[in-house]
Design a protein around this ligand. Sequence first.
Ligand code: IPM
Ligand code: MN
Length: 354
Amino acid sequence: MSNKSYNIAVIPGDGTGPEVVNEGIKVLNAAASKFGFKLNYQNFDFGGERYKKTGETLPDSAIEDVKKFDSIFLGAIGHPDVKPGILEVGILLKMRFALDQYINLRPVKLYPGVETPLKDKGPEDIDFVVVRENTGGIYTGVGGAVQVGTPYEVATQVMVYSRPVVERCIRFAYEYTRKRNKRKQLTLVHKCNVLTHCGDLWVRTHKEVGEEYPDIKQDYNHVDACNMWFVKSPEFYDVIVTENLFGDIITDLGAMIQGGLGIAAGGNINPEGVSMFEPMGGSAPKYAGKNVINPLAAICAGGMMLDTLGETEAALAIDKAVSNALGSKQIKSLAAGQMGMGTKEIGDLIAKSL
Ligand code: IPM
Ligand code: MN
């Protein structure tokens, strides 16, 4: 019992975002009453609808508003009528960079009863975490384009990394590996055979910071080989740390081997500030309002949020409830409309079984 109270900024967002957020909050509230803490919510309407009405994505004043909260819970951003890039850059990336959420934490965990496309692999084989650097690299590097549309057009987008940005990410990853206390192995994923400058910075930092963590085994994979191992021998991994774009790419593959976007949750974490948690699935507008979308990823994102807030027991309980509901085949599939029950009913089931 912590008797604590947390203020959560909620951004339900677009499409099925609001529906999965509702179920996430249902489960969060059940966890709060069971484990003796309080959650207060305030909704923010950022997303495609607001953009269409006002032309506004995420105003600077909103950044100041959400900074006052203990955490942010996000549904999904993405609207079929809005050109790709506007909402992603204007809301999601802006929030990450403005709040310096420098870690993107993506557990890749196959729950019992969930189908993976990997033949002969089970929950004991697929259970690792990717620590993706979330504020640097090619996402925020310098670049530009000149003579656009002419035969001489030039475009550059440069991967930029500083030692402090690399080091804080790698340090987080070592700490996380230690706290996770499983195989105690931290694999750096990069492409140091080609990206000799940025790669070298990551490799040396991984090595040097690792000297402070003699209990953690250091390991390295090139990113192309890492893709291969995800499919061939996922059991090889415990914790992976990697730069922003490589992390973006490998975590989508990670989502697929853990059963798909219906279960993949992520955290955009500022360990010293305000973090934001989200299901990875997107807004899936064609399923909106039908009570057919799977809310488990949002529920798991809520669990990650509690863990980051320090409510570890409650987080573990949510994870266990999800695992039991899937393992017992009460939820038949993760795919929208094929779950054997509706969005709300899955929320009820998890909330009740806490
Ligand atoms: C993710 C997404 C984002 C990213 C997009 C929507 C900007 O793909 O969270 O992985 O590239 O980081
Ligand atoms: Mn991505």
